[in-house]
Design a protein around this ligand. Structure first.
Ligand code: FAD
Length: 517
């Protein structure tokens, strides 16, 4: 009887320890965070925004959100978590504009660093032969565009949407229609300031702390928090010619795209879209595209065919105004698009670059911007793109009514293999982006389940057919999948993790590493 009583009291003791300990730790962590002296501030309530992102599928609540005012604030908070050691579960994630798709900027009961509130030393534009701008990593690209345009300058490489932060896109790659010439945004950065997972503040570039520099570019937030970036600039045009032409045959479309990205004299922006069984051809959320010949555009009937739309721009500079039209004509004459499908328009550079925002405003007004976005972005090697297109665009994809499907090539030589960014091995790589939204109240072809099943079919096909495809903005659930994703770069990735974030406290939402507790 004595033994039973002892066992019972022992069990109660253990159970209460198990229940009380986390609460005890939790409250001590909370009070230690409250005791920190920061120039900015920490919030422990009303942090729901930090559990949301553009993907709108994962919602993980943090313990606290830091609104830093200085690099010292960011360093202080990371040092604090670092000093707690491996016994604390606390993790830290930088949040840019929260436009991730799968909770990558979230941290369960962790600390979110709200980079948008961090303005640092503001923006400083440097003119001269090789102009650049120094910016805070929490800055939105649209603000950088506005500021640099005051000097007649602009960054060289963009994303299709500019309401994203510098730190957020540099942690992935930042790919758009200029990447064929300049490389992605990670190829257009001279220098970074980074706070590592130990709280050290380091300046890095190709010459200084080069390993850290390459680690954080495309590094999915795993090696440090980027606080400042030096971005390469070029002369900005005031206006651009914005051109769209259509193809009914993928091989011809791809051949023309590859020709254009490799030609010495070419366009300034080259992308492409798949259009399949689409109702309202020009009624596309990406395009506030207003061709000069709207009658021709709106009357173009696709007859249920799959079409491929080549999208191009040419920068317009006053000193070339006499020759540019002829130049465009010459370039277009080398292409084999359907002759009646040339849609051309002339718009201010800023309007072209900020084109998705115009659609965002329209969708927001109809309550359609905050839907779930089960996007799938793939990098397909050139040698496999025909096989991919035949099966995926021909069979798996039924229509493109759930959102645009982009497809365009870039040169592998424009990517720096020393960065953490992973891509297939061919000399030319196609970005294929299925930018779907889902209707939460539907159980039809626009439901979340339908889109996710379609995404899985595409991924399964790529796997079975051994296409050597890599995910862009990757999302995996097991470390084995990450190992496969990184391939030969995995060892370096791990070495860098143990050098710069040995406790694995940073960006837990990527689900690559788990903090050892
Ligand atoms: P967040 O979502 O806040 O963060 C992304 C990741 O980076 C997280 O893991 C976060 O912890 C980490 N992170 C954020 N800031 C920092 C920092 N300062 N230091 C270290 N780590 C940090 N991408 C393209 O390449 N090309 C496109 O054309 C393109 N178009 C898009 C259009 C739309 C409408 C949307 C929603 C996204 C698009 N993207 C595109 C994807 C976009 O680049 C990524 O989703 C990017 O992560 C979003 O940036 P963010 O500032 O919102 O980052």
């Amino acid at each position: 009887k004595k033994n039973v009583l002892f066992l019972r009291s022992f069990t109660i003791l253990v159970l209460s320890w198990v229940i009380i300990k986390p609460n005890f730790c939790f409250s001590s962590v909370l009070s230690s965070l409250k005791a920190l002296h920061l120039e900015g501030h920490i919030t422990f309530e009303n942090n729901e925004f930090a559990a949301r992102d553009f993907g709108n599928q994962i919602h993980v609540h943090p313990l606290a959100v830091v609104h830093p005012k200085s690099v010292a604030d960011i360093s202080e908070i990371i040092k604090h978590v670092w000093q707690m050691g491996p016994s604390s579960e606390l993790t830290v994630a930088a949040r840019g504009h929260g436009h991730s798709l799968q909770g990558q900027a979230q941290a369960r009961r962790g600390v979110i660093i709200n980079m948008e509130s961090f303005q640092g030393q503001g923006m400083q534009v440097h003119r001269g032969q090789f102009p650049y701008v120094d910016v805070s990593a929490g800055e939105l690209w649209i603000n950088i565009l506005h500021e640099t345009l005051k000097y007649g300058l602009a960054p060289k490489s963009w994303t299709d949407y500019l309401h994203l932060t510098v730190g957020g896109t540099l942690s992935n790659a930042g790919i758009s229609g200029q990447a064929f010439r300049h490389g992605p945004q990670i190829s257009n950065v001279h220098q970074l300031e980074v706070v590592t997972g130990k709280g050290e503040v380091l300046i890095c570039s190709k010459e200084q702390n080069a390993d850290l520099f390459h680690a954080v570019l495309g590094g999915l937030g795993q090696f440090g928090i980027i606080t400042r970036a030096r971005i390469s600039l070029e002369r900005a045009p005031k206006m651009v010619k914005w051109i769209r032409v259509l193809y009914s045959d993928f091989s011809t479309f791809a051949r023309d795209q590859e020709h254009l990205i490799s030609a010495a004299k070419t366009f300034d922006y080259i992308e492409g879209l798949v259009i399949k069984n689409k109702t309202g051809l020009m009624n596309n959320w990406r395009a506030s595209f207003d061709p000069q010949d709207p009658v021709q555009a709106s009357h173009f009937v696709s007859d249920g065919r799959t079409l491929y739309c080549l999208e191009l721009t040419k920068n317009l500079y006053p000193e070339k105004s006499d020759t540019v039209n002829q130049e465009i004509k010459d370039l277009l004459s080398q292409l084999s698009y359907i002759p009646s499908t040339l849609f051309m328009s002339e718009v201010p550079y800023i309007e072209f670059l900020d084109r998705v925002h115009a659609s965002e405003l329209k969708l927001r007004s109809k309550g359609l911007w905050d839907l779930p976005h089960p996007w799938l972005n793939l990098l397909v090697p050139k040698s496999k793109i025909q096989h991919f297109a035949k099966e995926v665009f021909g069979n798996i994809l039924r229509d493109t009514n759930n959102g645009p499907v982009l497809v365009y090539p870039i040169h592998k030589s424009k990517l720096d293999n020393r960065t953490s960014f992973v891509s297939p091995n061919d000399d030319i790589i196609y970005l294929v982006a299925f930018l779907s939204h889902a209707n939460p109240s539907s159980n039809g072809t626009d439901s979340l389940e339908y889109v996710l099943t379609q995404n899985k079919r595409i991924l399964d096909f790529c796997d079975v057919a051994h296409l050597g495809v890599k995910q862009y903005l990757p999302h995996y659930t097991t470390q084995e999948q990450w190992r496969t994703h990184f391939g030969p770069k995995w060892e370096v990735f791990i070495q860098r993790k143990s050098a710069y974030d040995p406790l694995a406290m940073l960006a837990p939402g990527q689900r690559i590493f788990q903090k050892a507790v």
